[in-house]
Design a protein around this ligand. Structure first.
Ligand code: SF4
Length: 144
């Protein structure tokens, strides 16, 4: 069993009300092999919502939306709920949407809302990895 970013499964949960359907990920869900989750919605954010990026300074990271509001609490809440779901399901592997401030794995936007990428993980991706769950993206799928 996998958990997968809901937007990759065709669920319109992105900040702009759209999705990023990936056929392989969607087929896993249709076959009952994956459960779709959206950490930002689980954290209480609406669809649509103001886009967010992670700001890092030294060892501290927080999440700001494009209007300058701190959304860290919602992002952390969504990450924790995602981890709970993974634990209940006994999930060892996740496939999460690349570059997102929640789901991104390895590369994320740099916090300036200019489309620039830096090394780093989204808040949910990091929490899952810290708890021993392997994280892939739609650009780097597990072997199948
Ligand atoms: Fe997709 Fe993750 Fe963003 Fe939700 S939080 S829309 S699942 S990338």
């Amino acid at each position: 069993m996998y958990i997968v970013s809901a937007c990759l499964a065709g669920i319109r949960c992105r900040y702009d009300g759209r999705c990023n359907t990936d056929e392989f990920v969607q087929s896993l869900v249709k076959e009952g092999k994956a459960v779709p989750i959206c950490p930002e919605v689980l954290g209480g954010l609406p669809i649509p919502r103001v886009p967010c990026e992670i700001i890092s300074h030294e060892d501290t990271r927080w999440v700001m939306n494009r209007d300058g509001e701190d959304m860290t609490g919602e992002f952390v809440a969504g990450a924790r709920k995602t981890l709970q779901i993974a634990r209940v399901l006994g999930v060892k592997t996740a496939i999460l949407k690349s570059k997102s401030p929640s789901c991104g794995c390895g590369r994320i936007y740099d916090g300036t809302f200019t489309g620039r990428l830096i090394d780093g993980d989204g808040i949910t991706c990091r929490l899952l990895k810290d708890n021993g769950i392997e994280v892939y993206t739609e650009e780097n799928l597990p072997h199948h």
